[in-house]
Each structure stands twice: as structure tokens, then as C-alpha cells.
Design a protein around this ligand. Structure first.
Ligand SMILES: [Zn+2]
Length: 603
């Protein structure tokens, strides 16, 4: 192939997928095409980031890998959606995971990286995330750092209560768009924030789950057809839980299918999976609950607690959507149009859909970008609010449409209270530079070696890690680290972001970590020990000057150490609340990461 033809390669490859899952049939734009970034593929598919390995451990069988470069497949824009063709399952997991990776790279302004360290040198796939579409006969799906991959199960639908499915029909987790995005997001978070896998409190596993659901839900608003249909059927009120029936039923209630109202697929997750398990509902319905500031004191199961975070973020999203589309509604009404369900003028519906998709994209970006502004460990929901506010302020100082105010209000209503802040004002929520925090001049880290537009090479990584560790050690006090304890630099990401004003921001984000061994019971020197970690996320500007030092200090093992006390309490509580042990691994006394297999099992 000459260079010329190479350059002519189209930038994108169209691949078909279910927008939701097979149970939605062709309704609501369920058959969709994803335009993934075009890359050279081997059968599998095997690409730069992903390798789909279709091995069924329960039956010890390999399924034939799909060749997406086969002209017969290319000409059709990928294989057609099919529940019975494993090659379509391979295609769909590849397409949806690729799209999720692209989302992250776009928002983060850098190449994606996985959290696992790679296996044997001889393994050609050691830097790729493995996807096992039919790994086991089980109603489950999870990300495993040990397996370096995403594991999807399949199972027979409930015989007694299968919802829209046939009783006993085989349900594939790998055909649920939501589940693929959710699991890929777990893997992507792990690549950015390695220590978020350590359950240090109720918020940490809940954050992982909630964040994965947030990304999956925002993805819904990029499905043009589905969005347009929901807008038509709800009169633009896309946050409604139900969409109006095609025909209003008479007083006696609905008698034919078009008179039945249906659930709004945009605001629920993994419906087929949930129904097939006899739950009579989608797997998760985080939205549509009333704000209740007491929920945080009652909900500890990771998905339930994560749902509080999801609800807060979507509350903010819908508030901004309503605010930004109010003028369109007013114009329509002023022109004498009605704007109820099914009365929307197609032009108005189109404008609303465009606006909703745009705002959803912006919100997803803000959330993903905020990962860089999170502390390296022990994330609390309140920390995430502060990260959101800081990340957005950094890029868009002028908050004309009050996105940040919407976030703050929504988090406040759900009872999410950040620690160590004077108020819910934007100024006090923003992380502050070391000058303001400790009254010291912001230290400058010199000599970092990187190229903004490509991933650092292993040699560069190594050099930078040494420079950063030394920098942490020499500026421990100013950076919130404990003097005298070794500092390890755990990640180093140069990134560039384009602000709405077109300006290019170059920043460097790194995690500096410390650890110490402490007793589970501080008063009993015989009690078990666990690894207690502390650390600081530093955000540097291009010159190496510290702009933010986002810290979870190690502190000393004494009465003053609030964070250590909380972590001990959490381990005790996990032991005591027997209900939780089915969802959570035992306290990770050896610093063992969370086990998503257990968290997701049967749920
Ligand atoms: Zn999960």
C-alpha cells in the first residue's frame, strides 16, 4: 500500500450496535451505528487498545473471531445486530468500548492508559484491555485488573418473571450498551487513579460505581434517534421517567399497545438485564428519585450509594438543560404552538435534541476531566464536587450558563458536604494553590521531560518519576506530605486542553504517594496491621509550578488523624454489617484492590 492510499483511509469505521439492548427491538432508535476511530484491526477484533477474546470458560469453547476488515462486513457497515451471532457480540463490545475510550481521551486531552502493568514480555496483548464477551454462565459482568480485562456473562432469563424477555431466554451482558460502557469506565478510571480501587471508606467503591453509571447515562444523550423520539413523546421534558403513549387511552384505561405509556430509556440503565433477573425494572434507576439529604447516612451498598452521586450530577445536567432551552419553549408558545407530548414541531424537537446532546457532552467532559483534580486516594463525593468546580473553572472561568452553580445546588440538595470548606460558594469549593493554603510560595518542579502530544516513553516515565519523588520529598510540607517518609510518584500525565476561547492549556498531573503500616486497633499492638496510604495530586503548569496540591495527608497515627479514624471505623463496620459482606470484599488488610466480581455478582 502506498503512502497515498494510506492517507486516504477514512478516519472512522461505522459499526452497528444496540443503543440499549436487544429487548428494545427496533423501538426508539435502538439499532444504531457507532462511528469508531478507524484503526488497523486483526480478527478478534484486536486493535491498539483492545483485544476481544471470545473464550467461554463455562463451556471451554472458543468462538470464531470476527474479521471486521472482511469486505462483506465492511460494505454493510459492520454486522447487523443479532442475538445469535457471537461475531456481532464481539463487534459490539469492541465498538462500544472504543467509543468510551475515545470519549475519555477527548475529555482528558491525552491518550488513555490502562491500570494493569502488562503481563509476560512475550504476550503481544500485554498492553491491551482484554474483552471476554462470553466468559461465564452467570448474571454478571465486571472489570478485573488481574485478568487485565472486562468479563461478561450470560444467563437464562427468569422462568417466572422475565419482563419483556421470553422466560428462560439467554440474556447476554455483552449486548447491553450500558454494561459495556460501565465496565470500560471502571477500567479507564483505574488507568487514571490506581488507588481508587482500594476501599478506604463507603464513598470509594460507590464513587467507582456511580462514575461508571454517569458515563453510561450521558452516553444515551448522544443517540440522536432515541433522543429525538423521547423529546417528541415527552414534550421536551427528557428527564420524565415515562414517555407518553402514542395514543391517549380512553377513561377505561389502555386497551391496545399504542395506548400504553413506556419507560423513558434515557434515564435508566441495563433494562433487559434487570428485567431478566425478575426485578421488573431496569438494573438501575438512579434518576427520578427525590433529593433526600439523609440518603448518604443510610445507603452503603456501592451501587445504591453511587446512585446518590449519579442523581446529583444528572440533577445539575437537567437544570442546565431546562434553563438553556426555556427560550426555545417560550418562542414556540409565543407563536401559538402547544408544546405538550407529541405536539412538538419537528424543528423545535430537533433544536431541543441538539441542545440536550451538546449539554450532555459538556457535562460528561466536565466529569471526566474532574478525575485529574481528584485526590489520589480515599475519594469522597465532596472531593469530587470540588474537583468538578475546579476543573471547570480552570477551563471556563466565565460560567455564563451557571453549570457550576447547578452542580453545587444539586450536590447540596443530596446532602453531599465537602470537608474543610467554609461554605458552598464557588470560591471556597475550588481547590486553592499552595500560596493560599499554607502561605508558602508554590514550589517549582524543574527538569520534567515530556512531549505534550504523545505518551511519555518508559525511559521518560522513569526519569520523571525520580524527579517527582525527589520534588515531593524536598517540598513535603508545602505539598501536604509527611516529611521523613518515602514519596513515590505513581503517575505522570502531561495533557493539553482547548478552552472554549480557543486557548491551549498545557498542564501536568501527577500523584505523589506515601504509605505506612498501622494497627487495626490503635490501642492493641497485637491487632492486625493494614497499609494506610496518603498522597497528593499535583497539578503543574507548563513551567512546572504547582497550581494545585490536592491532598489526603498521611498524618500521624494519633487522635488528630481524622481520616485514619474513619478508615478504621469503616473496616469495623464492614465486618459488623453482615449484609454488606456479600457485596464487598473483606477489609483489604493487605491493600488488596476492590473485587468488582463480588460487587457486581447477582446484581
Ligand atoms: Zn460496576
Amino acid at each position: 500500500m502506498s503512502d497515498n492510499t494510506k492517507n486516504d483511509a477514512p478516519p472512522e469505521r461505522p459499526l452497528k450496535a444496540y443503543a440499549f439492548d436487544p429487548s428494545q427491538g427496533r423501538n426508539l432508535g435502538n439499532y444504531m451505528t457507532i462511528n469508531v476511530r478507524n484503526e488497523a484491526l486483526q480478527p478478534g477484533p484486536v486493535g491498539k487498545y483492545l483485544v476481544v477474546i471470545d473464550y467461554d470458560a463455562s463451556n471451554d469453547t472458543y468462538y470464531e473471531p470476527v474479521n471486521l476488515d472482511d469486505p462483506a462486513v465492511l460494505l454493510r457497515g459492520g454486522l447487523d445486530p443479532s442475538e445469535s451471532d457471537p461475531r456481532f457480540h464481539q463487534q459490539m463490545t469492541y465498538a462500544v468500548a472504543s467509543e468510551t475510550i475515545r470519549r475519555f481521551e477527548f475529555a482528558l486531552g491525552r491518550k488513555a492508559k490502562w491500570g494493569f502493568r502488562g503481563g509476560r514480555r512475550t504476550d503481544p496483548n500485554r498492553y491491551r484491555l482484554r474483552i471476554f464477551p462470553h466468559a461465564m454462565q452467570e448474571a454478571n459482568a465486571y472489570y478485573s485488573r488481574d485478568l487485565q480485562g472486562l468479563v461478561f456473562g450470560y444467563f437464562p432469563a427468569s422462568e417466572t418473571d422475565a419482563g419483556a424477555n421470553l422466560p428462560g431466554q439467554t440474556i447476554f451482558a455483552c449486548l447491553s450498551h450500558d454494561i459495556i460502557v460501565h465496565e470500560t469506565t471502571h477500567a479507564l478510571i483505574d488507568g487514571q487513579r490506581r488507588f481508587f480501587m482500594e476501599p478506604t471508606g463507603a464513598d470509594t467503591p460507590a464513587f467507582h460505581e456511580g462514575f461508571a453509571d454517569i458515563v453510561a447515562l450521558f452516553q444515551h444523550f448522544s443517540y440522536k434517534e432515541a433522543l429525538l423520539e423521547v423529546i417528541q413523546k415527552t414534550g421536551g421534558l427528557i428527564y420524565r421517567l415515562n414517555v407518553a403513549p402514542e395514543v391517549a387511552p380512553a377513561d377505561g384505561g389502555p386497551v391496545i399497545a399504542p395506548e400504553l405509556s413506556t419507560e423513558n430509556p434515557l434515564v435508566q440503565l441495563a433494562r433487559q438485564f434487570g428485567e431478566a433477573m425478575g426485578m421488573r425494572a431496569a438494573l438501575r434507576q438512579a434518576l427520578g428519585t427525590q433529593p433526600n439529604s439523609k440518603d448518604l447516612e443510610k445507603l452503603f451498598e456501592p451501587h445504591d450509594r453511587g446512585a446518590i452521586l449519579v442523581a446529583a450530577v444528572f440533577d445539575a445536567f437537567f437544570s442546565v438543560y431546562v434553563r438553556k432551552t426555556r427560550d426555545l419553549m417560550r418562542i414556540a408558545k409565543a407563536g401559538g404552538a402547544t408544546v405538550g407530548p407529541d405536539d412538538l414541531h419537528p424543528d423545535l424537537a430537533n433544536r431541543l435534541a441538539k441542545e440536550a446532546a451538546k449539554i450532555a457532552g459538556q457535562f460528561a467532559n466536565i466529569c471526566i476531566r474532574a478525575l485529574d483534580y481528584c485526590p489520589p486516594i480515599d475519594i469522597l463525593f465532596g472531593d469530587f464536587l470540588r474537583a468538578l468546580i475546579t476543573a471547570d473553572y480552570d477551563l471556563v472561568p466565565n460560567d455564563r450558563y451557571q453549570y457550576r452553580a447547578a452542580f453545587i445546588e444539586a450536590f447540596r440538595l443530596r446532602g453531599i458536604r465537602p470537608q474543610d470548606v467554609a461554605s458552598y460558594s464557588e470560591e471556597s469549593l475550588r481547590w486553592c494553590p499552595p500560596e493560599e493554603m499554607k502561605g508558602v510560595t508554590a514550589p517549582v518542579c524543574k527538569g520534567l521531560d515530556f512531549d505534550v502530544f504523545s505518551l511519555p516513553t518508559p525511559a521518560q516515565q522513569k526519569r520523571n518519576a525520580i524527579i517527582l519523588s525527589l520534588f515531593g520529598k524536598n517540598n513535603a510540607e508545602a505539598l501536604g506530605l509527611r516529611p521523613g517518609i518515602p514519596v513515590q510518584a505513581h503517575s505522570f500525565h502531561p495533557l493539553h486542553r482547548v478552552a472554549p476561547d480557543g486557548g491551549l492549556r498545557v498542564e501536568i498531573v501527577a500523584e505523589l504517594m506515601q504509605q505506612t503500616e498501622v494497627h487495626l486497633d490503635p490501642n492493641d499492638q497485637q491487632s492486625e496491621k493494614f497499609t494506610f496510604r496518603g498522597g497528593t495530586t499535583i497539578v503543574l503548569n507548563r513551567e512546572g509550578q504547582v497550581r494545585y496540591a490536592i491532598q489526603k495527608s498521611l498524618g500521624k497515627d494519633d487522635d488528630q488523624n481524622e481520616r485514619l479514624r474513619r478508615q478504621r471505623e469503616y473496616y469495623y463496620a464492614m465486618d459488623a454489617i453482615s449484609g454488606l459482606t456479600t457485596y464487598l470484599p473483606p477489609p483489604p488488610l493487605d491493600g488488596r484492590p476492590m473485587n468488582f466480581n463480588l460487587i457486581h455478582r447477582g446484581y
